[in-house]
Design a protein around this ligand. Structure first.
Ligand code: HEC
Length: 195
């Protein structure tokens, strides 16, 4: 067992840190991203992140995802599954915030960049208890979407189909933006092709 694994194990046994498995951390609320004090975009609720460092109420996170070379503003889960992780106000902010790890070409000849970036956000924007947040997302979905018809199975649609389904439902349902984002992310993370 490596030193890092050993110390993580020790920490989790001692219960010293709630971030024993850093890659299991998730964003608690849609949160603005800043660079040199400038508001450059946001990261979405329920986006998985690595916690790199915690200090004085702040947390440094690493975000990994994919973006289109021709439209770098959006950071998505991967080439096939277009779950939104982060969105920037312009190309420059995206290009300055993320570094390209690898380039890929999809079936349509579009070039994708596999990217990662490091940001500092308030500690309160990381879910202390990811399971609790995920349960809340599930309950919100169940309560909001079972009034008029049976609750649709989350795997009835794909990651890319769900946002469209929710949009088409907006003629019938009023959801505040927070609830809508939470439900979209929940459904995308439990969609037919989410695993
Ligand atoms: C105010 C009532 C109401 C609420 C609340 C509601 N729906 Fe619907 N939903 C409808 C109606 C009406 C239809 C259309 C039924 C049809 O045409 O078969 C529908 C159809 C659907 C369909 C099926 C579309 C298809 O092509 O078969 C899906 C998926 C769906 N809703 C998802 C949701 C989700 C997700 C939510 C929660 C955000 C939700 N609905 C909340 C009224 C509602």
């Amino acid at each position: 067992m490596g030193i890092l694994k050993k110390s993580l194990l020790l920490l989790s046994i001692l219960g010293v840190t709630s971030f024993a498995l850093a890659q299991d951390s998730v964003i608690k609320e849609r949160t603005k991203l800043f660079k040199n004090g400038k508001d450059i975009g946001f990261i979405t609720i329920l986006t998985p992140v690595d916690v790199v460092k915690k200090q004085a109420g702040k947390v440094t996170i690493k975000v990994k995802g994919y973006r289109l070379e021709n439209y770098p503003q959006m950071i998505l889960r991967d080439i096939k599954r277009k779950e939104l992780y982060a969105e920037f106000k312009d190309e420059k902010s995206s290009n300055e915030s993320f570094k390209t790890v690898k380039k890929h070409e999809d079936d349509y000849g579009e070039i994708w960049h596999e990217v990662e970036g490091v940001f500092t956000i308030d500690l309160k924007n990381i879910a202390k208890n990811p399971d609790k947040l995920k349960l809340k997302a599930k309950k919100t979905y169940e309560q909001s979407c079972s009034m008029c018809h049976h609750l649709p199975a989350s795997n009835a649609y794909t990651v890319n189909q769900w946002p469209q389904q929710i949009e088409s439902m907006m003629e019938q349902v009023t959801l505040d933006p927070h609830t809508k984002n939470l439900i979209i992310k929940y459904l995308q993370q439990h969609a037919a092709d989410s695993k």
